[in-house]
Each structure stands twice: as C-alpha cells, then as structure tokens.
Design a protein around this ligand. Structure first.
Ligand code: APR
Ligand code: PHB
Length: 391
C-alpha cells in the first residue's frame, strides 16, 4: 500500500488532518489502534474556539455543531460565594466560544470521512513507524493476523500522549517539559439541563475548584477538584452533587438540577510539551506533542491549530512545491502551544486549592481574582486567551 501522508491515530487531530488534506487533494490513510466505538466512548472537554469552529465548517463537518452547539458570550467566575461575569464577547470585539462536545466533533469527522470513502484502518495492532529520517518512511501494523506495510512520503503522529510516534524518536533528539499537578478532576456527565446554559462557570472555593459545563441544553458536565489518589468508586452521585453545591454561590447551588450520572471519571492534570514537533519526515500534532490541564479547555483547540498548520505545510509541499512550510511547522506550532500552555497553567493555578499554598497562596489567589473581575485590562487578557489567540 502507498499513500502521501500516513496518519497515526483517529482522534480529533488525525481525523481533522485527514479531512483538511483530502480537501486539498492530498492522499492519506489513518491507522488507529482502537475501534471506532472505543474512540467515541472517551469523554473529553467541549468548548470550541472560533478557529476550531471555522475549520470544522471548512471541511464540511460543521452542520450538526451549528444546530446543536450552544454559543457562549461570557464566562463566570465564582469566589467568596459570589458570581462575576466576564463579558468575553464584549471584551474581544465580538468573539465567542461554542459548547459542543469533543465526542460529537469526533463523530462528525468520522461520519464525514466515511461518507467521502476515505481509508481508515481501525483495530490496527502493533503499529510501528520506520525510516522517517529518510525520504521513504514506512508504517507497519497487524490486522486480522497479517502484517501490513504502508509506504508514504510523510508520517503524521496524531496518536495522543501514549502513542507510538513520540516514543519512536531517539531520546537525544527530543526535549520534554512537564508539570504534574497535585490533584485530579472528578467529572460527571448527566442528562439534566445545565445550571448555566450560556456561560461556563469556574469556581474557586476553600474546598477546591468546581466547574459547571454542558454538552447540550439537556446534558450537563460538571467537575470538582479531588485528591489525586481518590477512586471514582468512593464518590456516589449524591456525594458528588453535595460537594459541587458546597463549592458554588448559594443562588447557583440552589438551581442545580441533579440526576443519575451517565459517566463518572477521575482525570489527572498535567502540562507537557515535547520539542521539536518534527523529526525528518515525522510530524507530531495534538496530544502526541503536548498536554494541557483541562482548565480553559484548550486541548482540542490546540490539536486543531496544529493540524491546520500541518496541512498548510503539506499543501506548500505538494501544491506550491516548497519545503518552507514543513521546515517552519514545529516553530510555528510551538509558539502557539506555549501561549496556550501558559494560559491553561495560569487558570489552573488561579482556580485550584494547592496542598502547599498556605494562607499566603490563598490571599494571592483572592487578590488576583478580585483584580481580574475589576480591571478591564485583566479581564480582556483572560477573554482574549479564552476565545483563542489568532491562528
Ligand atoms: N497506533 C495507532 N493509534 C494509536 C496508537 C498507536 N500506537 N496509540 C494511540 N492511538 C490512537 C488513540 O487510540 C486515539 O484514538 O490515537 C488517538 C489519539 O487521540 P487523542 O488522544 O484524542 O489525541 P488528539 O487527536 O491529539 O486529540 C487531542 O483530545 O485527548 C484529547 O485533551 C485532548 O482535547 C484534546 C484532544
Ligand atoms: C468541559 O465541558 O468538559 C469543559 C469546559 C470548560 C473547561 C474544561 C472542560 O474549561
């Protein structure tokens, strides 16, 4: 088998890259370790920047998002039992974010790929990548007991944090930067109307962080900060709802509609960047290259900007016959990645209870929150990052 770009991983990065390349007339095959249903079973964040929305529309996968997604003009911060709105729309010359779950984005991209008849190999075993330091890279995998080989011009490593692509790069050629946070997020998905249908609510409380989000007008997503070693079995639905209410301002807490969880999980929080993002003819994109803590919901949006830059680079190569794009890919992506890393780290630091912060740390958080909601300059900086820095 031969293709121009072999894409490893059918998460949002791989699927969106495949769609952008197809639009530009560039052949690609996606090789995914899991089944399609497994990929769709993962619940992740659900806030799309305008740039991400535009890319999904551009590849013809935006229809359902436009009807079922909910536009948010503001966000709300709760601290000291009071709620403060930040008018993101007004502070950014009319920019907004769209609440639409990553699972749905993935489903729409999968459906569009299938409708276009583009090749995706699901349940590929023992995926390995070879010769990416030469002009003839290869991808091997096992399917139905047989080993297959794909010859290609380029490999796109869209295989997430635990994938094979980053792990195949010689250690001496890659530098990793990491921060692990001393707590987790306990998340609950429930078929109840969201308490705040037009703004995500971020809560800072002495008992820990809380977040009120949504997937639709009938499906809510809530989170609370929990201990890093908590087990999900320790948290009954009732205990979760009780704890969430304690961390919000009383008026909002009263309005929360509870119901049985349809998903409940604990996620660790991590900041991670691998540099560079290109090794010969291997390019990393999305979670394969970087992780942000979920505060601010930048993960999917960064994956989208990476693959936009990467598809531009391949278009330069195949259509305009210049290597400038592929040569500049890593630097261009990392500039945007580090800004989103900074934002996600700072919002995480501002909103969570850190075990070693002490009274001083808490007072500094309160001062910063008060400054944030009372200074137009400070809230503009937050809003500008929240809607997404320009591509
Ligand atoms: N071979 C083939 N596929 C693999 C391999 C492998 N060795 N290892 C992992 N994969 C697949 C995973 O099964 C997954 O479907 O790669 C895909 C990577 O998808 P994601 O982890 O969703 O990463 P990405 O597409 O970059 O999306 C980034 O998703 O993870 C969230 O928070 C993240 O929102 C962000 C976005
Ligand atoms: C989510 O809906 O899962 C979500 C929303 C906003 C965030 C993080 C997660 O900042």
């Amino acid at each position: 088998m031969r293709t121009q770009v072999a894409i490893i991983g059918a998460g949002p990065s791989g699927l969106l890259l495949g769609a952008l390349l197809h639009k530009a007339g560039i052949d690609n095959i996606i090789i995914e370790r899991q089944s399609g249903d497994y990929v769709l079973g993962r619940i992740r964040a659900g806030i799309l920047e305008q740039g991400t929305v535009d890319l999904l529309k551009q590849v013809g996968a935006g229809e359902r998002m436009q009807t079922e997604g909910t536009v948010h003009h503001s966000i709300e911060l709760v601290f000291k039992n009071q709620r403060h709105a930040i008018d993101v729309h007004g502070l950014t010359d009319g920019k907004v974010v769209t609440a639409y779950g990553q699972t749905e984005v993935t489903r729409d991209l999968m459906d569009a790929r299938q409708a276009a008849g583009l090749p995706t190999v699901y349940e590929a075993g023992d995926v390995s990548i070879h010769y990416f330091d030469s002009a003839q890279p290869k991808v091997r995998y096992v399917k139905d007991g047989q080993t297959h080989e794909i010859a290609c011009d380029f490999i796109a490593g869209c295989d997430g944090f635990h994938g094979v692509c980053r792990a195949s790069v010689p250690k001496a050629s890659i530098q990793e930067f990491e921060r692990v946070y001393p707590f987790g997020w306990l998340g609950v998905l429930a078929d109840v109307p969201p308490v705040s249908p037009h703004a995500i609510v971020y809560g800072n409380h002495e008992r820990g962080f809380s977040l009120c989000s949504m997937r639709s007008l009938t499906r809510s997503r809530y989170y609370i900060q929990c201990a890093i070693d908590d087990k999900v079995e320790q948290w009954s639905d009732q205990a979760f709802w009780d704890e969430l209410r304690l961390r919000l301002d009383p008026k909002l807490a009263e309005r929360i509609i509870t119901g049985p969880s349809i998903e409940k999980s604990i996620a660790p929080l991590r900041s991670f960047v691998a540099e560079p993002m290109r090794f010969g003819r291997l390019f990393l994109a999305g979670d394969a290259a970087h992780i942000v803590p979920p505060t601010g919901a930048k993960g999917l949006n960064l994956a989208a900007s990476d693959v936009k830059y990467l598809s531009d680079a391949f278009v330069d190569y195949y259509i305009d016959k210049t290597e400038a794009g592929i040569d500049g890919y890593s630097e261009r992506s990392l500039r945007r990645v580090w800004k989103a890393e900074r934002f996600s780290w700072s919002l995480t630091t501002l909103m969570h209870r850190f075990p070693d912060a002490g009274g001083f740390g808490q007072k500094i958080q309160e001062a910063e929150l008060e400054y944030l909601v009372s200074s137009k300059a400070a809230s503009t900086a937050l809003a500008e990052n929240y809607v997404g820095l320009p591509l």
